[in-house]
Design a protein around this ligand. Structure first.
Ligand code: BJW
Length: 255
């Protein structure tokens, strides 16, 4: 049976001037990207601090690169799912719309979303830790083992944000502004445990936004949410996009 959303939520979506979608690994799960936490999460087997930190990289760059090479391979073969496409559709319908994502897979842009703030970087980019030279994946794939910068001999790393590292300033500032200005803030497919990203739904709520959460499992954010839709993003986001599209069509149906 297809889930439905309440008439109240439909009205709220139609009336929203500024909508923000804050996304996590769950949004890409239906594209075949494993999540980090939970029963099927990558990190149910591997501890994050052993892989996603500068300390781990300096201690064992080959192991960390092996992990990223494996994930780059998974991500090169995936496509956006109905959840990503629904968010891109919503951007074309809402007066103001932004995606703030913790995901590094680039699927929101590939689905057609234009206003996307990537808080944790992007796995398709790499750079030299010593001189900063950027490298594409062709260079990384052609390197055997740990890629080394031909310009300066420094180690090349993926352009993602590890534990203990600052988030990219531009994306963070834009995300805080979007959260403060949102009247509907949707937290979708994230366990909401990694900070500072996880503070954004609360920033939005404090600034007056209606906080909607979509996730098959409750999270620490759930008690704070004004409404919780328990289920997959690929199911609920298309329903929300349809509700918004209904708003667009309404004036025509009356003429
Ligand atoms: C579905 C679904 C379906 C399944 N549909 N849903 C305060 C207290 C303690 C520690 C800290 C603190 N503040 C900061 C910290 C440190 C740390 C932190 O937050 N640690 C916590 C774990 C406690 N934060 C940092 O270090 C950050 N930097 C920072 O704070 O800088 C300031 C600073 C500098 C110097 C010193 C000290 C501070 C940086 C965090 C970087 C996170 N990076 C990673 C890796 C990125 C690269 C890579 O991918 O390899 O980002 S960690 C990982 O977690 C990744 C994700 O973006 C992030 C969030 O995970 P996400 O997306 O929520 O995924 P999951 O798997 O957790 O959840 C998936 C959800 O989907 C689940 O809920 C499912 O139920 C659901 N789901 N199917 C919808 N179909």
């Amino acid at each position: 049976m297809t889930p439905v959303i309440s008439p109240g939520l439909s009205r709220r979506i139609r009336g929203a001037r500024s909508i923000v979608a804050f996304t996590g690994a769950g949004v890409s799960a239906e594209s075949g990207v494993p999540t980090f936490r939970g029963a099927d999460g990558i990190w149910s087997k591997l501890k994050p601090e052993e892989l996603a930190s500068m300390g781990a990289f300096m201690k064992n760059p080959s192991m960390v690169w092996e992990w990223y090479a494996h994930r780059k391979k998974i991500m090169s073969g995936i496509t956006p799912n109905p959840g990503h496409y629904a968010l891109a559709r919503m951007e074309n319908l809402a007066p103001s719309f932004a995606v703030i994502t913790q995901n590094i897979d680039g699927l929101h842009r590939r689905a057609g979303s234009r206003t996307v703030y990537e808080l944790h970087g992007n796995i398709e980019r790499n750079y030299c830790m010593k001189c900063g030279t950027p490298y594409g994946d062709d260079f990384v794939v052609a390197s055997s083992g740990v890629p080394v910068c031909p310009a300066c001999g420094g180690l090349v790393r993926p352009d993602v944000v590890w534990f203990g590292e600052m988030l990219p300033e531009d994306a963070w500032d834009a995300s805080v502004r979007a959260a403060e200005g949102a009247d509907l803030f949707m937290s979708v497919g994230t366990s909401a445990v990694v900070y500072p990203a996880a503070s954004l739904p609360l920033v939005a709520k404090r600034s007056g936004a209606y906080l909607l959460e979509i996730n098959p499992e409750p999270t620490p954010l759930t008690p704070q949410a004004d409404e919780y839709l328990q289920g997959a993003s690929g199911v609920f986001l298309p329903i929300l996009a349809d509700a918004l599209e209904g708003a667009r069509r309404l004036p025509h149906s009356h003429t």
